[in-house]
Each structure stands twice: as C-alpha cells, then as structure tokens.
Design a protein around this ligand. Structure first.
Ligand code: ADP
Ligand code: MG
Length: 444
C-alpha cells in the first residue's frame, strides 16, 4: 500500500498542472490502509473540502488504474499544529507586560512593496517615518492616491517596521471609519474617556482613508483633539486618503490646516516596468512560474491598479485549478480579456491584420487580397484570413468580402488549412503565433 500511494502520487504529478499538484496533493500523506482502503491525511478542513469538490475521484480512479481493483479512499484531517504554536506564542506575549499586539496586516511590509517611479517618493517617506517616527518635518505624513495603489500597504508597513524594531511601541492603527464608529459607540455607552485614552495613548497613530471624515463634524472635532495631543507630544501620525485634503468637502478649516502641516506624498498608478515587476512577484508568491510573454501581455492591458494586477493572478490560478489545465498563453488571454472587456480586440480591423502580415511576409497588401495562386502569396492570404477569424471573430461572409469578394467556403477552407498546418508545420506555427502576439500586444 505504501508503494501504491507513491505510484498514485507519481501518476497525479504527471497528469495535473504542477501548481495544482503541489498545492493540493503534495501535502497529503498516507496514514493507514486496510484491505482495499486508503486513509489519507489532509492538513485541514478547507483542504478536505477543496479536494472533495474539485478532485473528488482523482485519487480513487488513479488507484484503480494502477491496481485494477476498487480502492476506497478515506480522509482524516490533521490536528492543527500551526494553531497550537500560534496560541503558545500569544500566551507568551500576554505574559510580557509591555507586549502590545497592534492590528497590523503582517503581509504588508516594506520588503514586499515593489518600488517604481510611481511610488518611490511615498515609499521613501514611509521608510523614513518608520525609521525615526515623530520627526517634525514628516509629521503628519499623508499618503494620497487612487484606489488599489498601495496606500494601506504602506501604512501597515510603517506599523510593522516600528513594531519589529520595538514591540513595546504603542501602535494604533484604524480606518477613519473605525475611528468614527468607536467614537459613536463611546458616546452611546458613555465611555468617551476610554475612547480618548485608547487613541491618545498611541506612540504612533496610523489612520487609513481619512476622506471618510468628510461631513462628520463631531468626529472631526474628536480627531482634531486626538491629533493635537499626539502631535504636541511628538508622536507620529500617518494618514492615507484617496484625495488631497483641499479636495475634501465638509472638512473643517482647522483640521484641513493640520492635515496640510506635514508632508503630503502621492502614489500614482504603476508604469509598465513596475507592473511587470509586480506581476512577477505576485506570481512567485503564489508558486507559479510565468514566462515573460504572458506577464507582458497582462502588464500591457491591465493598468489601473496594483489590486487589479493581483486579482488577475488569482483568477488565473483559480481558472487553471478549476479546469485542470496548465497556465498557457491562451488562458492568460482569456483572463485578460475578461478583465478589460472585449475591448482588447475591438480596435483591430482586417486592414490592420493584412498590413501586419504583409510587413512580416513581405507579400504586398494588394496581393494578399488579390487572386494570385503563387504559393507564398496564397499562404500569406490564408494566414490573414485565419487571423481575422481568430482575433476579430469575423463571420466567414464578412471575411470573404474583405478579401476581394471570396465565397465563404473558400474562407472556411483557408482557416482549416492553416489550423492543420499549425499542428504540423513548425514554421507556420511559429509565424502565426508571433503574428497573433504582435497584433494583440499592439492594442490599446
Ligand atoms: P489602497 O489602500 O491604495 O487602495 P492597497 O494598499 O490596499 O491599496 O493595495 C491593494 C493591493 O495591492 C494590496 O494587496 C497590496 O499589497 C498590493 N500592492 C499595492 N501596491 C503594491 C506594491 N507597490 N508592491 C506590491 N504590492 C502592492
Ligand atoms: Mg486602502
């Protein structure tokens, strides 16, 4: 049975995408067997559910293929080792009188924040504040910019850095929404004193999304006092916002002038190189190895925010896990198209395709749509027709019209012919693929 389990793993490894195997099957271990029954241990309940819903009969089928017998597969969930470790650590922390566990997202750190010209200055300011909090010139620090560009990431990175240097520092991090809710509930419960204490005891106050303070006068008033007390005590304040304070409506003047009294830095959407770097990094974090051409395709079309780049990678992973296929150029294209809409292909016309094929094959554009049957010309024509069908998705009749009024059966024949050649003829395969990539890259 031990051997059987090894054989099953080898078999699954060769039949599944590597990341799917590594994620879902590698961590499984054989814990027992009896007769025609295998008992497997999975790391946790989530794992078990995922395998049940996505790979239900994979293991038993493979086992049957190997042994020729019916094999029953049962699962047990491993006792949670990591959780107990985590608990021990928390208990230990509580015993230390100075320990204070701020509500920081551990994943948001400086080392995994990718720097580009779009965020360089903001990052430098954040690092400087983290290294010496409370310095007058950078206090308060306000980071502003559009959605999904890394403001919250930088805010937590500052907190994490300070906490790692000095776990006794009192770091208070909250969204302005939470600040508001805490304030309101303190009024309702007659605990405004507790409220002030919890915010005003901070050595470092990190407030996310201060635009939420707009039109909330009482909360602004509270924040004003908290701000002043901390500021006067030389405590660092860092805030983020999706717009400049001067662009906020319903902000009291005195709060506005406080917000503007320190350093204001912006984060801009990432440029092409930064997008490539971010995609590579996020792919690596998720255990996938994406070839450069796929990364380039994504970076070319997905531009608006880092969050969107991240979710594209996640979608790609999900697709390939769910449909059990390797990540390839077509899958990337499909996901990109889904994200940016069919806009990817909308702008391209038959004329663009003919022009590009002509440039590549050195066959004149007129000859491509003309009637010559010379081999080189006919080939360029058929490739152009094939690309019109693949990239634009035009109908056979439409393509016929574009190519000198040809009959739809001629167009269909051309498409089939190229499809066949792509499989058999390496030169054609390469030529068509590179034209296809060229044409899709040059969009937008
Ligand atoms: P914002 O607060 O500006 O809306 P976030 O900080 O929440 O944006 O960022 C959205 C996601 O993108 C987060 O998962 C974050 O880790 C990631 N992210 C943003 N900028 C970067 C960057 N420069 N390098 C790596 N990841 C980033
Ligand atoms: Mg944010």
């Amino acid at each position: 049975m031990d051997n059987l389990w090894n054989d099953i793993k080898v078999n699954l490894k060769s039949s599944l995408p590597s990341h799917a195997y590594n994620t879902w099957f590698e961590p499984i271990s054989l814990v027992g067997h009896s007769g025609a029954e295998l008992i497997l241990e999975v790391p946790n309940q989530f794992f078990y559910e995922w395998i049940e819903s996505h790979y239900k009969n994979h293991i038993s089928k493979t086992a049957e293929e190997i042994t020729g017998k019916t094999i029953l597969v049962k699962y047990t969930v491993a006792p949670e080792k990591t959780l107990t470790l985590e608990k021990d650590r928390i208990v230990e922390d509580q015993n230390k009188p100075s320990a204070h566990k701020p509500n920081l997202n551990r994943r948001y750190t400086f080392p995994n924040f990718i720097e580009g010209t779009n965020n360089q200055f903001a990052r430098a300011a954040a690092v400087s504040v983290a290294k010496s909090p409370g310095q007058q010139t950078f206090n308060p620090l306000l980071i502003y910019g559009g959605v999904g560009l890394g403001k919250t990431h930088l805010l937590h990175a500052i907190g994490n850095y300070i906490y790692n240097e000095n776990s006794g520092a009192k770091i208070v991090i909250a969204s302005s929404e939470k600040f508001t809710l805490d304030f309101i509930s303190s009024i309702q419960k007659n605990k405004t004193v507790d409220f002030s204490r919890s915010y005003r005891k901070a050595d470092v106050l990190l407030i996310d999304d201060i635009q939420f303070f707009q039109k909330k006068e009482q909360t602004q008033e509270q924040f004003f006092h908290t701000f002043n007390e901390l500021y006067q005590g030389g405590k660092q304040i860092v805030m983020t916002s999706d717009r400049l304070p001067s662009e906020m409506n319903g902000l009291t003047d005195r709060l506005l002038s406080r917000f503007e009294s320190g350093l204001t830095v912006d984060v801009q959407p990432p440029d092409f190189e930064t997008r490539v770097a971010i995609l590579m990094e996020k792919a690596e974090q998720n255990g996938i190895d994406l070839p450069y051409d796929m990364v380039e395709l994504m970076a070319t079309h997905i531009k608006s925010s880092v969050r969107e780049l991240e979710s594209t990678i996640i979608r790609l992973l999900a697709y390939s896990s769910l449909s059990n296929c390797e990540i390839d150029f077509n899958l990337v294209k499909k996901v990109v198209r889904e994200r940016v809409g069919n806009g990817v292909h909308v702008d391209i016309s038959a004329a663009d395709i003919i022009k590009r094929v002509s440039e590549t094959t050195k066959v004149d554009e007129k000859e491509i749509v003309g009637s010559s049957r010379r081999m080189q010309i006919a080939e360029a024509r058929q490739i152009s027709i094939y690309l019109c069908r693949e990239i634009i998705g035009s109908s056979l009749v439409d393509i016929g019209t574009q190519f000198g009024g040809r009959d739809h059966t001629t167009i269909l024949h051309a498409c089939r012919n190229i499809e066949k050649k792509i499989k058999k003829d390496r030169r054609i395969n390469h030529l068509v693929r590179s034209l296809q990539q060229d044409l899709t890259f040059s969009l937008i």
